[in-house]
Write a new protein. Sequence first.
Length: 139
Amino acid sequence: MTSENRARNATAELERAGECLEEVRTLRSRGHPYGAAASRAYYAVFHGARALLVSVGLEARSHRGVIALVGRQFVQTGRLSSDQGRILSRLQRDREDADYLMGALFTDLEAADAIANAEAVLDAVRRLVSAPVDPASTT
């Protein structure tokens, strides 16, 4: 993948992350079930994580693969904090609960927390994508 393609793909992923973040804000403001907000917050950071990976020429085939690669390439190298890595993992679990676990309840406070966490992670992701590092230099 050329550096131009990496930049274009990372930008597209960041745009999708922004759309998901706007969706989660809208869902919460309209009083939709807070589980829906948890799901969209996860997808915001998921697309941000994909942006990170493609910015350095990496791709994963699954959600768990994305999280594992981000952990190896960005959290373990200190480019993302361990807290940010935990947020990604926690939001994935919340999304799975919201989408698949009958009776899973999320409060407005949890939705607000998910949004704030997603925003914080995406801010860090945007900074990293604007200054990518070759993955070979992090291994």
